[in-house]
Design a protein around this ligand. Structure first.
Ligand SMILES: [Fe+2]
Length: 490
């Protein structure tokens, strides 16, 4: 048996398996994880801390308190029920009364009234990389560094979605955050994050995504060694729905994002700051409240359940596509999906476009032109220098682009005839780059921050400048012109 090379990961990693890694995480990640999307997990930091055969003993092991968190209604169907039992040093209710704290003025949570600083956008939008705050901007942590681009719906209706970016230059010492409104899907793009949750710790770096569900407390710290310029990423906030794996249908039992590649933290009680003052910032309806307490909120010694933050490395995605002709619809790249009330129209599909093989025959390989009912938000996590530019600066990592539903567009390559004359051999595409897309049945309302104050909107309508070079090939086709002439239509 040959020796196994050490794991090497970088933006040139074509697929996780190229690293020949014998561990389930990248080398920088110091933490242990449990595996399996949708599983009922359990973990204990001290052996014997988890009661056996029951949830709520008269006295829990080691004097711990039992506390339940429900993520769905008590009587939700078994397949949808999400709940935990936590065994902790003090129950979470041991804190001061809720008080008001300074709001984040660039955070929006109500998208019901376009007259209140929210804007419909019928066209294409594009943003250069969002700015990461420097020292001159003062301390910007995860609670103040969230900026809302747009959304649809409202959390207290339990219905809707918001797209945010985060750009931060500071950790959150003795400060935790809890989103009472909905779930956060966090996409790391720049810098490495150390996320402490009540269930343990999650290390997050570019190429990884993480979901932190409604009502769970967490803290986001920056790993300075890997974040010399601070940290940046994207957040998809969903209200009234949970992320699921897409159906596999005819693919069978495996493929796309496999269940066992989703990683869940292991219990890890915070002892370093257990008796110092803590502040918990709570977001409800987009408004910030704070509670104070004399001890860490991360004092859970053991837990069990299925309402647990998790992460996934996008380089483990198993791509599928045509092996004969035609370009498969992009839903084939869905990592996670969040249902809306209309079961035929997802509130959001989270898709990725990373390195994979392209083998179609007799086919125009780039995506066809289209006018889809879904809105599309794209952002690049990383890309080689040469790939930056293209049809717009959307291709610069850290920026974004948006197309409203039914806004006509296609692939920039179609402006030229190049893609029609390439040699159709199997080829590796998307090398050294990773892009994600959010497809939603909602047309977003955009904030003033997205359309002005962020300072990086490329243009409010890029449609004309992008597509006006598309040639009229039919008008130059001799055979077609002869037909038209014979029909008296030339
Ligand atoms: Fe599209």
């Amino acid at each position: 048996m040959g020796s196994v090379s050490p794991a090497v990961f970088n933006t040139r990693t074509f697929h996780w398996t190229d690293s020949k890694s014998t561990t389930i995480t990248r080398p920088e990640d110091p933490y242990q994880y449990l595996q399996g999307f949708g599983n009922d997990h359990q973990s204990e930091f001290i052996p014997g801390a988890l009661p056996i055969g029951q949830n709520s003993p008269q006295l829990c092991p080691y004097g711990l308190y039992a506390e339940q968190i429900t993520g769905t209604s008590f009587a939700a169907s078994r397949s949808h029920s999400m709940r935990n039992f936590l065994y902790r040093r003090r129950p979470a209710c041991v804190h001061s009364s809720y008080g008001k704290t300074e709001d984040n003025p660039t955070l929006e949570a109500s998208f019901l009234n376009p007259s209140t600083g929210l804007h419909t956008v019928p066209s294409q939008l594009s943003w250069s990389p969002f700015k990461i705050p420097t020292e001159a901007d003062g301390v910007v942590d995860f609670t103040t560094g969230i900026h809302t681009l747009g959304g649809s719906g409202q959390p207290n209706l339990h219905e809707g979605i918001a797209y945010h970016i985060f750009a931060i230059n500071s950790s959150m010492p003795n400060k935790a955050f809890v989103n009472m409104d909905g779930d956060f899907l966090i996409v790391a793009q720049e810098g490495h994050l150390d996320i402490t949750t009540e269930f343990g710790r999650i290390y997050l770096q570019p190429s990884e995504i993480c979901v932190i569900q409604q009502g769970l407390r967490f803290q986001v710290d920056i790993i300075e060694e890997h974040s010399p310029s601070g940290a940046r990423g994207y957040i998809v906030e969903t209200w009234g729905t949970k992320w699921e794996l897409p159906e596999l249908g005819p693919l069978g039992g495996y493929g796309l994002a496999n269940q066992r590649d989703f990683l869940f933290p292991t219990a890890d009680i915070d002892t370093s700051s257990s008796l110092s003052p803590w502040q918990i910032v709570s977001k409800q309806g987009g408004t910030y409240y704070k509670i104070l307490q004399s001890h860490t909120p991360f004092d859970v010694v053991a837990w069990h359940g299925n309402y647990i933050p998790y992460k996934y490395d996008l380089s483990k995605f198993v791509y599928h596509n045509t092996v004969s002709v035609d370009h498969t619809d992009p839903c084939i790249n869905t990592v996670l999906t969040a249902k809306s009330r209309d079961l035929q129209a997802p509130l959001c599909d989270f898709l990725i476009f990373g390195p994979h093989w392209d083998v179609a025959q007799n086919t125009f390989r780039p995506p066809y032109f289209h006018r889809n009912c879904a809105s599309e938000f794209l952002a690049r996590i990383y890309a080689p220098e040469a790939a930056a530019g293209g049809r717009s600066e959307v291709f610069a990592p850290g920026g974004a682009s948006y197309e409203a539903g039914f806004t006509p567009h296609g692939n920039a390559d179609q402006r030229t005839i190049g893609a029609m004359h390439i040699d159709l051999k199997p080829m590796r595409i998307g090398e050294n780059q990773l892009t994600f897309m959010l497809e939603s049945c909602r047309s977003l309302l955009f904030t003033n921050w997205a359309l002005k104050d962020c300072g990086v909107l490329v243009a409010e309508d890029i449609s004309e400048s992008v597509w006006d070079t598309v040639p009229d090939r039919f008008g130059q086709n001799e055979e077609a012109l002869q037909f038209l002439k014979a029909m008296g239509r030339a």
